[in-house]
Design a protein around this ligand. Structure first.
Ligand SMILES: Cc1cc2nc3c(=O)[nH]c(=O)nc-3n(C[C@H](O)[C@H](O)[C@H](O)COP(=O)(O)O)c2cc1C
Length: 390
């Protein structure tokens, strides 16, 4: 999964920019006391490719083999140093996945890799995009044709990340194309299972914001705990990118086996399968009651088991009918019979009970739930979605 530099291109560049090299390398510097970073490797690579560098390289100790010049052999030696200086990341739980057509997203991805000690997976189209392919001003270019084709599809070399299960946090980077995520990442997102992972989108663009590019990818994926992403530009500073990445609050996705999330929602107790109602909301493309959404949100953070409190009675879903029904049930202190039962209660030391607020208290079904079990010694965390009914 380590990136491979293209030596052929670099050797060519050495010849092209050898004049500039002499000027800079006339300053000899001590290489022994210096700790080389990925940024140094990038600086030297950019220099060899005659690309502008973000730092002034004068005096940099890049003459690794002390032969009075900077060339591709120094880059190879530097890479070895960088690898030696990088803490063993065999057990990293961070992965940076990205597609970059012209290098900007790659640069940001490298900053994140360094800051998060992450592994890298580069999304690579089978047929790479040439400069001509990327020319959005040309109505006959590949990107324009693909953009106009609603069935567009970019075939990828691979979507399989080695040891995919081992990653808790997946950063996914892409350039913005026409205000959306480049469609080159689509297959990767569709074909991987992000269950149990935090997914952090990041994009680069000329001027467009992140927009809903991350949300659309989350919907496309259908799994994973997708976090708010971030947009960068070609001039975003390394420190800015790295402090964003390291400052993220990444929920622990390790499964908490001793927690049970028990929830009650009328939507699952209405006797209707395919439901749509004003009292429902959408979660990962599915219609469901607010309490179930809240339960799912908690599940995404704890990975804990979920338990739906089911009743024999069918609740009306229409708002006013449900309000009247719930009021009657409460006034008459009816305890509806439950049809779902926890089999392995002993396993759980904590029970998070999620329910809608009905007439300023719990629905009667939740009272039935508490009546059914001996919860002595367990931690109970009630959690209510307020004012589903006012
Ligand atoms: C086909 C295409 C469409 C683009 N559309 C937008 C856009 O809508 N908004 C924007 O700000 N930049 C747009 N850009 C610019 C890229 O998002 C920007 O240069 C990005 O940083 C390139 O990343 P990369 O070098 O990793 O490919 C577009 C570029 C291309 C090639």
């Amino acid at each position: 999964m380590k990136r491979i530099f293209t030596l052929g291109a670099l050797l060519g560049a050495v010849v092209i920019c050898s004049g500039t090299m002499t000027a800079i390398t006339s300053v000899q510097a001590d290489t022994s006391e210096y700790t080389y970073t990925i940024q140094d490797a990038r600086n030297l690579q950019d220099f060899l490719l005659a690309k502008p560098t973000t730092e002034d390289l004068t005096g940099k100790p890049y003459d690794m083999n002390n032969d009075g010049r900077w060339d591709v052999f120094d880059l190879c030696l530097m890479k070895r140093e960088v690898l030696n200086n990088t803490p063993d990341n065999d057990d990293t739980n961070n992965l940076v996945v990205y597609y970059s057509a012209s290098g900007t997203t790659e640069k940001i991805a490298d900053y994140i890799v360094e800051a998060m000690n992450a592994d890298t997976f580069v999304i690579t189209p089978v047929q790479p995009y040439s400069d001509a392919d990327l020319d959005w001003t040309d109505q006959t270019s590949r990107v324009v044709m693909e953009h106009n084709d609603e069935n567009r599809h970019t075939e990828l070399v691979s979507v399989d990340v080695p040891d995919w299960e081992s990653y808790d946090n997946v950063f996914i980077g892409y350039p913005i194309w026409w205000q959306e995520a480049s469609w080159v990442v689509d297959d990767f997102v569709k074909e991987n299972d992000f269950t149990g992972k935090n997914v952090i989108p990041f994009c680069t663009s000329m001027s467009s914001p992140l927009g809903d590019s991350g949300t659309l990818l989350a919907e496309m994926a259908g799994t994973g705990n997708w976090l708010e992403g971030m947009r960068f530009t070609s001039s975003s500073a390394k420190e800015t990118v790295q402090s964003w990445a390291t400052g993220l609050d990444l929920p622990n996705q390790e499964q908490k086996n001793d927690i049970l999330i028990a929830y009650f929602t009328p939507a699952e107790n209405s006797g209707v399968d395919a439901i749509s109602s004003a009292t429902l909301t959408t979660w990962n493309g599915e219609n469901m009651g607010a309490a179930e959404v809240l339960a799912n949100m908690i599940h995404d953070h704890t990975r804990s088991d979920m338990f739906s409190i089911r009743t024999e009675v069918n609740y009306p879903l229409e708002y006013n009918d449900l309000a009247d029904y719930a009021k009657d049930e409460q006034d008459n202190n009816v305890l509806p019979a439950l049809t779902s039962h926890i089999e392995n209660l002993d396993q759980y030391s904590t029970i998070i009970v999620v329910f809608p607020d009905w007439w300023y208290t719990m629905p009667q079904a939740v009272y039935s739930f508490f009546d059914e079990y001996d919860l002595a010694g367990k931690t109970i965390i009630p959690c209510s979605t307020l004012y589903l009914l006012k």
